[in-house]
Every structure is written in C-alpha cells, then in structure tokens.
Design a binder for this molecule. Structure first.
Ligand SMILES: O=C(O)CCC(=O)C(=O)O
Length: 275
C-alpha cells in the first residue's frame, strides 16, 4: 500500500505541529458519523461537564477503547492510523477518543493547553503522541473552531495549572508564545481532519453562534512510549487496523450499551481535567 501522506505533508507536520487533511472522511462517511453521534444517547448521557472560566459548558464524552461502532471503525481505519504512524514515526495504539460537542450559544471555551501537558502526568515519558480532530459540523470562528499556535510543539512541554475549572498552560508562556508564533484558526468543513502534535498549543473560544460545533478527536500514543505506570488511559494495547471500507460497512452505528466512558470523578489528571 502506498504511504497515506506525502513527504511534504509529513514535513509540514514536523515544522508546524499540525496538518489539515481535507476530505479525511468522505461525505457519506461524515454523514454516517453525524447521524450516529446525534442519536447516541449513551454517549450524550456519559458526557462530562467541562466548564470554562465564564461557566459555559462543553459536553465531552471520552472512551479508552474503540468499540464496534462507527467511531471505532474510524479510529482504527487504515487511512487514519497509517497517517498517524507516518507522522509519529512508528507503531501507534489508541490512547482514547472523545466527542467534543459545543452546542449553539452555550458551548464553552477551551483554555490554551498542550495535550501532553496532561498526558505527561500519566507516565508517558516522551511527547510522541498526537490526535486527529475530525470535524463533524463545519467549524468556523463563529462557532468556536480550534485554534493552534504554529510551531508551538517545538517549545517543549509547558507547565500547566488551574484556570477556572480547567487546566491550562502557564499564561505567561502562552502570552509570549502568542507574540512570536502565528495563530491559526482551524476552520474546517465536515469530514476534514486536523492532525496535531501532543505539544501543540491549542484552544477554542465559546460557541456564540446558532450552529453546533461537534468534533471527534482520536488520540494515539506510540508503542515505544508505553506509559511506565497504570493510569486512566490504556498502556500499550495492540490496535487492530480495519480496512477503510469498514466505516461505511459499519454505518451510523452508535456506541453499544456496554461501551465504557470515562466518568469525571475517575479522572486522575491534574486539575480534574478530562484528558
Ligand atoms: O473541542 C475543542 O475545541 C478542543 C478540545 C480539546 O482541546 C481537548 O479535548 O483537549
């Protein structure tokens, strides 16, 4: 099979700390994902209440192991995992997935943070970890699309502390980084994927629009970076890749009643955050 990404795309990821892949899911796959997520009562019931500094709420459902549902078919699809392996330079496993659902007018902001800012606490020695944010809805400035600081993964891990009810990166460092690095609004059509490095600074503002902003995030760790201790996300667990066609074969299948979601009180990450 040919490599899923070009050399230029891989180089851009290493330079910028992120990479957009338009049409990561085609329109039929995106429609199936949207249909499944909208009707997934189990997932919605399991959503954690992540409040921003203004008290606005984002619904975040998080699960460690991919299920037999459409989210699992996506998180294990060769297309998505092979690209992740190219970007991280080796075998990856599923660290967790989450649905970040900002509802119209009430969906909250995410403070500037690096995912490795939290994952570091979980016994992961190296920042050889990354996520792909897949737009379910169109993501725009108005509905609180993700923002990234270009090249910020090269800053290394920044200290994280409490910021309202969330945990954010050291505000002094963020202020200085904002003066030096380009801020990129990640406006994305449904089905577009944004791969981003575990040390890439990212945030998003509240959804003040009348449109929802849902995104599916699949997060991966490298096998070589198997955490040295048990924590609330899996240690190395081989990922069985599925052919891309499995997404359509699975169809708009929501999570099973047996799927286990992370409960807010079980979150042992500093600051009670969800990552
Ligand atoms: O949904 C968003 O805008 C960002 C989510 C995020 O940063 C996270 O889950 O770590």
């Amino acid at each position: 099979m040919p490599p899923p990404l070009t050399t230029d795309q891989v180089a851009a990821f290493h330079r910028d700390g992120y990479l957009f892949v338009e049409g990561l899911l085609d329109s039929e796959e995106t429609m199936l994902l949207t249909e499944a997520a909208r009707k997934d009562e189990g997932m919605q019931r399991a959503a954690m209440d992540v409040k921003d500094t203004a008290g606005r709420r984002t619904n975040l459902s998080l699960w460690n192991h991919p299920g037999d549902d459409i989210y699992g078919a996506i998180a294990r699809s060769e297309r998505i995992v092979n690209a992740m392996e190219e970007l991280l330079g080796g075998e990856v496993y599923h660290y967790h997935s989450k649905l970040s659902a900002k509802e119209p007018r009430v969906g909250g902001a995410w403070e500037w943070h690096q995912d490795y800012g939290y994952w570091y606490q979980n016994g992961c020695l190296f920042p050889d970890m990354a996520s792909v944010f897949i737009a379910v809805d169109a993501c725009t400035k108005e509905n609180g699309c993700m923002q990234v600081l270009r090249g910020s993964h090269l800053l290394g891990r920044i200290e994280h502390g409490r910021s309202g009810e969330q945990t954010g990166a050291d505000p002094e460092r963020v202020r200085e980084a904002l003066k030096r690095l380009e801020l990129v609004y990640c406006e994305m059509a449904p089905g577009t994927g944004l791969y981003f490095h575990g040390n890439t600074l990212h945030c998003s503002v509240a959804n003040t629009s009348d449109k929802s902003r849902w995104g599916l995030l699949c997060c991966y760790n490298t096998r070589a970076n198997d955490p040295y201790k048990e924590h609330h996300h899996p240690r190395y667990t081989p990922l069985v890749k599925l052919p891309d066609s499995e997404i359509k074969t699975t169809g708009a299948k929501p999570s099973a009643a047996t799927q286990s979601f992370l409960a807010q009180e079980k979150d042992r990450t500093i600051g009670g955050r969800n990552n």
